[in-house]
Ligand binder design. Structure first.
Ligand SMILES: Cc1ncc(COP(=O)(O)O)c(C=O)c1O
Length: 376
């Protein structure tokens, strides 16, 4: 018998996006050429200065003691912003921890998870770890909510909204219909919702089976902190708390996250800057011949100009025929210029680049490199 459970032995594990090692960053700086990192959907702007100020004011006594297991100061601040009571909020060590907790709490061999695909690639990994079946229901070409999703009988249904990697959004009314139709829990992954025009907080009030995931990594520029939260009715929160690590969010994270969400003016300004750059980036990519759906996130999902669309000969709705490695070749040429994006060449998402929205300067660097590469 091996050391690991069979499903762990057989699985590959989640591969996080590339994070440049310190020596590469140093080399780029010495050469006077900054590294342009647009591959993991970080916010290109810094968090509010209130975050560092709050961290610097932490007393050593606060570090000697365990943190508040519930992160109550954060719960209160988040409750006010979302128009719910504090006991509708649960703090998490990043949104990913909430996903992991949801699989532990709701899924097992007889209790499958369901979600539309393509989507966040962590969901199947968590299903493998938990040893539950993953019922993957394909999106159509426009990333509309597949009607079949309501009929899977899954214990946990996840909809990533806005979706990753497409950046597309599903209307709240459609998700309300889904919540009403299914018997299990609907987890709406709103990691990117700060960049969208609407969110689903109202659904938590209308339905007993809805959980909303929020992250401070994207809209609040705190990917390095690891902080997210759940919004749900107290019945679901109480159940989730049973599988939570006692001290999942540390004192520094609770303090910094509370400072970040309390500065809504700064947050809104940052979001508007990202949205303005997203518009410019999308327009310029389209002018170069890229095709991309309208994004409600802080990234765009683009197909390079020379790819030819499938006429339906493949089984996958998003499939493209022809030069499926065009995105990969562009990706490689960008890496040579120290510009990092992500590319996809998987069944259903062939020949696509996912580009995080950067600062104006970063986007300009990317766009002029792409102009050269595409016209070569
Ligand atoms: C769709 C989606 N959900 C959840 C997360 C988790 O975010 P975090 O754990 O950084 O809060 C991510 C991170 O990239 C994501 O892309």
């Amino acid at each position: 018998m091996g050391y690991f459970r069979d499903n762990i032995e057989q699985m590959k594990g989640y591969e996080p996006g590339f994070q440049p090692p310190a020596d590469l960053l140093r080399k780029c700086e010495t050469a006077g050429a900054g590294l342009v990192k647009l591959n993991t959907n970080e916010n290109p702007y810094p968090p509010t200065p209130a975050v560092l100020k709050a961290i610097s004011e932490i007393k050593t006594e606060q570090l000697r003691r365990y943190p508040d297991p519930m992160g109550n100061v954060f719960r209160e601040a988040a409750a006010k912003i979302n128009g719910v009571e504090p006991d509708w909020i649960m703090v998490c060590n990043g949104g990913d921890e909430l996903l992991s907790m949801a699989f532990t709490a709701f899924c097992d061999k007889k209790r499958p998870v369901a979600y539309p695909v393509p989507t966040y690639s962590l969901y199947p990994v968590l299903a493998q770890i938990q040893g539950c079946k993953a019922l993957e229901v394909p999106f159509d070409e426009e990333f509309n909510l597949p009607s079949k999703l309501a009929r899977t009988k899954a214990a946990l249904t996840i909809v990533c909204n806005p979706n990753a990697p497409s950046g597309t959004v599903i209307e709240t009314e459609e998700l309300a219909e889904l919540a009403a139709e299914i018997k299990g829990v609907l987890l709406i992954d709103e990691a990117y919702v700060d960049f969208a025009e609407q969110n689903c907080t109202e659904l938590v009030k209308q339905f007993d089976n809805v959980i909303i995931l929020r992250s401070l990594s994207k809209g609040y520029s705190l990917a390095g902190l690891r902080f997210g939260y759940a919004i749900a009715k107290p019945g679901l929160i109480e159940g989730l708390l049973k599988v939570k690590d006692s001290y999942n969010a540390d004192t520094i994270a609770i303090t910094a996250a509370t400072a970040a969400i309390s500065d809504q003016d700064y947050f809104k300004q940052t979001i508007e800057k990202v949205k303005a750059e997203r518009k410019r980036l999308s327009e310029q990519l389209r002018a170069m011949g890229f095709t991309l759906p309208d994004s409600s996130s802080n990234f765009v999902f683009a197909e390079p100009p020379s790819a030819t669309r499938s006429t339906g000969s493949t089984s996958s709705p998003q499939a493209c025929s022809g030069r499926a490695s065009r995105a990969k070749s562009i990706f490689d040429k960008l890496v040579q210029r120290n510009i990092y994006v992500r590319y996809w060449d998987l069944p259903g998402i062939e020949n696509k680049l996912r580009i995080s929205v950067g600062t104006k300067e970063q986007n300009d660097t990317l766009l002029s490199a792409l102009k050269e590469i595409v016209s070569a």
